[in-house]
Structures are given as C-alpha cells and as structure tokens.
Ligand binder design. Structure first.
Ligand SMILES: Cc1cc2nc3c(=O)[nH]c(=O)nc-3n(C[C@H](O)[C@H](O)[C@H](O)COP(=O)(O)O)c2cc1C
Length: 224
C-alpha cells in the first residue's frame, strides 16, 4: 500500500503493434498538415470547440501537477482591437529597432512584418499565461516547478487539439507581451507565454514554402 491515494490505471489502452503503427502513421499524416497561418477568415467557431481544446491542454503533464497555466480566451471585438494596437506598437519597434540583422534574416523567408490584421479578424485569440507561482486563497504563495516546460507542453497539446478539430492557428509572440496582462486583467504573477490566433484560414491563404529536417538530423538513437 502507498501512503498517498491511488486508483487503478483502468483508462490505459494497449494496441497490437500493427494497430499501433497504423494509429501513429494516421496521426503523423494529420499533424503533418498543420501549418502556421497568417491569413484568417472571420467565420465564427463555436465556443464549445475552444473549451474542449482547452480541456485537452489541461490534461498535459506538469511539474508536481501544479498546472501552472492560464488561458485567456478573447472573442470580443473591443478587446481584440486593443490587443492588435498594442501588439503593432511592439512589433513596429521590434522590426525597426530591436531585432538584430540575424533575427530579421531568419524571419525573411516567412514574410512577417509589423502589421497584424489577423488579431482582429480571427474569431479567437487565446493568450496563454505561465503562472510563475500559485496563490492560495489566504494569499500565501505556492512555488511552481518547471512552469516553462509545463506550459510549453500544454500549449503544444492545445495546438494539436485545435488542429485535430480542423482549425488553423498562428503562434504569435509579440515581444514583449506584457501589455496582455493589462488588457486581459491578469496578475503580475503570470507571464504571457504566447498568443494563439485561432480560426479558419482565409480562402486564399498561402503559407511559406519551408521544409522539416529529416529524422537523422533531429534525433539520435543510442542502443548500447
Ligand atoms: C514560440 C513560437 C513563437 C512564434 N512567434 C511567431 C510570431 O510572433 N509571428 C509569426 O508570424 N509566427 C510566429 N511563429 C510561427 C513560426 O514562424 C512557425 O511555426 C515556423 O515558421 C514553422 O512554420 P509552421 O508552423 O507552418 O510549420 C512562432 C512559433 C513559435 C513556436
């Protein structure tokens, strides 16, 4: 017997190896179609779809199960406009002054610039916040362990879930993003992690022609 409460791991599913391959290949085929989109349609997306995707994200593993994230979901035009205006101020500064030549040349193949119309056009903006520490009802602080890793995993699962639903996204990181705390009323204990723009792609959306590295370049297998 353990000294902490446990339950039988009944939700686990094992698949025969062939089925394992098939499932994973199907998943790879589908996730391989995910691309970052920068031209959105304003077609609405039902809120329950977003809620379920957030629940998927919240199943992510996290350091000591402290779930150190918060998702602020924006669909109202007034707030989107405020976010666009603030992001464009930061982005103008970034492209004109802050970005190094090296950074600008890394961004060149993507064709990005300081104009962010998608922040008003797409039906949803999901601001992902990383909670640097938790706060108990009596005001005491709770230390969070590995909040960056945990929030990164949750954000990845959110992107995967939204893609699975057939939606398109842009992972946006206007730098710095502190304006999101103010506009969205989030406390200082939360750091804006990224701003996910979510919706349907515009009918004529195009994406940069980029390549993925082959397996040998990004993985190594040590079998001794
Ligand atoms: C942490 C992170 C930050 C990003 N920030 C931006 C951004 O601010 N603006 C943008 O247009 N794309 C941004 N991207 C999207 C990347 O440019 C994109 O993922 C990359 O070019 C690969 O393209 P793909 O997502 O279509 O595969 C970001 C992606 C990540 C993971």
């Amino acid at each position: 017997m353990t000294s902490y409460p446990t339950i039988p791991f009944e939700q686990y599913r094992e698949y025969p190896i062939e089925e394992m391959r098939q499932r994973l290949n199907d998943f790879y085929q589908n996730i391989g179609r995910r691309r970052t989109v920068r031209d959105f349609s304003d077609r609405p997306v039902p809120r329950d779809i977003i809620e379920t995707a957030l629940k998927v994200a919240n199943t992510a593993p996290s350091g000591a199960n402290l779930q150190p994230w918060h998702f602020a979901v924006v669909s109202g035009p007034e707030t989107k406009k405020k976010i666009r205006e603030a992001a464009e101020v930061e982005e103008r500064e970034f492209y004109e002054h802050r970005a190094s030549e090296e950074w600008l040349s890394a961004l060149a193949p993507l064709g990005t610039d300081e104009s962010k119309p998608f922040l008003e056009k797409a039906p949803y903006l999901i601001a992902v916040f990383l909670k640097k520490f938790g706060v108990l009802p009596d005001g005491r602080k709770v230390k969070h362990y590995y909040p960056t890793e945990s929030t990164g995993i949750a954000a990845g699962m959110l992107i995967t879930a939204l893609h699975e639903a057939g939606l398109a996204m842009l992972t946006h990181t206007p730098s710095p993003m502190k304006f999101l705390n103010e506009i969205l009323g989030r406390p200082k204990s939360e750091r804006p992690f990224l701003l996910l723009v979510v919706g349907y792609p515009a009918d004529d959306a195009r994406v940069p022609d980029i390549q993925r590295k082959p397996l040998e370049e990004f993985a190594s297998f040590i079998e001794t």
